[in-house]
Design a protein around this ligand. Structure first.
Ligand code: ADP
Ligand code: ZN
Length: 608
């Protein structure tokens, strides 16, 4: 069978995704290969297809022990003979796996890097044909990567110790050139075919909300009522608080952070994986190696410290290629918190000299600045992310900023009021952040306003009829246009910017600003996004039942992209079913009839 036929027959996919075919062919023609592709691009089939073609056993080296079981279950669903060998198995089970492997029971085997130095494993490898070794998460070999693993340095000596050096493939989602070079050198790749994909993830919709976080979150979750997703929080106590409040409001949420007992953490994780709970509220400890493919959204309740972390976490949405949404909830507080965390973790660091700390601090603050820019900019969000990774595109037309419609607003009087109030505050040697100013102009009676004595200042409540969001927009606009300036530092206060002295007396100057429609206005204008529809939900329910019978996570049966395609095509014969993207022969034989019955029922009920 050709790689194309294997892709169709075994995996059920009609066409290769960008880069996959080239990497598969490289390996099949005997060349080493290196695949640099973003999360969700489909790196696995790049080494799984060759493993089905080669005689002998393909080894996949991966650091993610907790994932191996799922990966092997997934492969078994495709009818592939797969196994894993790691410390979660008892010594007896490990021996059984090796004995069976020696009897050619498997085509592909997942191992953790520390396995490469175990004598029993080495002696097996000396005596069994190993045509191909795939190194997954290959960035772990680089000290410059974000997940260095000393064990990965054993891979190269392992390869050369084999009677015949296998073909080697390295796969990663890490983008920097330095890491790429390290991978090739440290693994001893020989003239590899290098495939570097775009880091764009067209199915992800990026958005930033700058209003009240808990209200924004509620309204977002209501729009995604049937979807499964992750909410990342900056601290454990935020996780607790938000998870509790969501549960109280009737959402189907669970939580994950390093402070929970192991047992509870594992349980919550599998509740989410197996779709028993729809929403996971977690710190960034959650997700390393979670490859649940049907995550429909990732919300960040607080801003991460750089774009790379953000993209990696947000990128856990939509891995199967179906549409997914990534929302960042922003407040200026987030900048301060991150500055504090950066400084704090450097102070704690005992390995670096003072000078090194200073360099590192400057570097991290610079990265934080880019992240803050992303959070506050009105430019295309996708453009900002890809810029960061060195790819340059135009506005994408498919993100919150591209979609935000703007209106021309006459703000002369409101701006004048804001500027003169801030001038009066400065005369009294006082200055405040943008949120405090907003609350002040809105006339808030909050404790913090009263405590600061702000309710006695000129301008207090003077914009009470203007929406809080619009007040912030005007302040932000004034900063961008240098009427005001935002000071950096522990407390980013707003001060007067470059204002011509004539301005104060020229009462009639007319100022027009281009401001985004406020969220309330936008929600009025836009129809609610269409739900994926009744049939999709029925198919999803069926998938859930089958997954429960088989004791596997639902996405291992079929991923969301496949169900969406199935709901669109509405196949009523096995033949038609095979034309659905993601339905291969084995799965069609096993579950096809039940899905077809489900579709027939649906069509009948809707007399069609
Ligand atoms: P990565 O390891 O690059 O993050 P995976 O290998 O986990 O990505 O693949 C992500 C998802 O894409 C999986 O659900 C996989 O089945 C699906 N996929 C892979 N290749 C294709 C393809 N050619 N067409 C459609 N879907 C694919
Ligand atoms: Zn855009």
């Amino acid at each position: 069978m050709t790689p194309q036929e294997i892709l169709k027959n075994t995996f059920g996919y009609d066409t290769f995704r960008p880069g996959q075919e080239r990497l598969v062919n490289a390996v099949l023609s005997g060349r080493d290969a290196m695949g640099i592709m973003p999360t969700g691009a489909g790196k696995s089939v790049c080494f799984q297809i060759p493993s089905l073609v080669f005689e002998g056993l393909t080894l996949v080296i991966s650091p993610l022990i907790s994932l191996m079981l799922d990966q092997v279950l997934t492969l078994k669903q495709y009818g592939i003979r797969a196994a894993f060998l790691n410390s979660t198995l008892t010594p007896g089970q490990q021996r059984t796996v090796l004995t069976r492997a020696a009897g050619n029971a498997y085509q592909i085997m997942y191992v953790a890097p520390e396995r490469l130095s175990a004598p029993s494993f080495l002696s097996f490898c000396q005596n069994h044909p190993i045509p191909f070794v795939a190194v997954d998460e290959a960035h772990c070999i680089s000290q410059w990567g974000h997940a260095f693993r000393r064990d990965y340095l054993q891979i190269k000596p392992f390869l050369t110790s084999l009677p015949q050096r296998p073909i080697v493939g390295a796969y990663t989602a890490t983008a920097t050139a330095k890491v790429q070079e390290d991978i090739a050198v440290s693994l001893g790749l020989r003239n590899p075919v290098v495939q570097i994909n775009s880091f764009d993830r067209p199915n992800l919709y990026f958005d930033v909300a700058r209003g009240n976080k808990s209200l924004e979150l509620r309204s977002f979750l209501h729009r995604h009522a049937n979807d499964s997703g992750i909410i990342y929080c900056g601290t454990r106590s935020d996780v607790e608080e938000i998870c509790d409040s969501l549960i109280r409001a009737g959402f189907d949420a669970t939580r994950y952070h390093a402070g929970l007992p192991d047992k509870e953490r594992t349980e919550n994780q599998s509740d989410f994986l197996y779709d028993r709970k729809k929403i996971m509220v977690a710190t960034n400890a959650f997700g390393m190696g979670i490859d649940k493919s049907n995550v429909s959204f990732v919300v960040h309740y607080s801003m991460p410290k750089n774009i790379e972390s953000y993209y990696q976490e947000a990128g856990r949405a939509g891995r199967d290629g179906s549409p997914a949404e990534c929302l960042l909830l922003y407040s200026a507080q987030d900048i301060r918190l991150n500055e504090f965390l950066i400084r704090h973790s450097l102070e704690e660091n005992k390995e670096l000299s003072e000078q090194e700390k200073a360099v590192r601090e400057a570097h991290e603050l610079e990265l934080l600045k880019k992240m803050s820019f992303y959070a506050t900019s009105t430019d295309c969000l996708r453009m900002l992310i890809l810029d960061y990774f060195g790819e340059h595109i135009g506005p994408c037309g498919h993100c919150g900023n591209c979609d935000a419609s703007y209106e021309e607003v006459e703000i002369s009087a409101r701006l004048r009021l804001i500027l003169s109030s801030i001038r009066k505050m400065e005369e009294n040697h006082r200055s405040f952040g943008r949120v405090t100013l907003r609350d002040f102009f809105k006339g808030s009676k909050s404790q913090s306003i009263i405590n600061k004595g702000l309710d006695r200042y000129y301008g207090y409540g003077a914009l009470s009829s203007v929406s809080a969001e619009r007040i912030l927009q005007i302040i932000d606009w004034a900063v961008q246009n240098h009427w005001l300036r935002a000071e950096s530092g522990d407390y980013p206060v707003i001060r007067l910017g470059q204002i011509d002295s004539a301005y104060w007396t020229a009462e009639d100057e007319k100022i027009i600003a281009r401001l985004p429609y406020t969220r309330a206005e936008r929600e009025k204008q836009q129809p609610k996004p269409a739900s994926r529809g009744g049939l999709f939900e029925s198919l999803r329910a069926l998938r859930k039942n089958i997954a429960a019978e088989q004791h596997v996570p639902a996405f291992i049966i079929f991923n969301d992209a496949t169900l969406i395609d199935m709901a669109r095509i509405k196949p009523v014969t096995i033949r038609q079913l095979l034309s659905v993207n993601g339905v291969g022969k084995i799965k069609a034989d096993q579950y096809g009839q039940r899905f077809i019955d489900c579709i027939r029922d649906y069509l009948e009920e809707n007399n069609n």
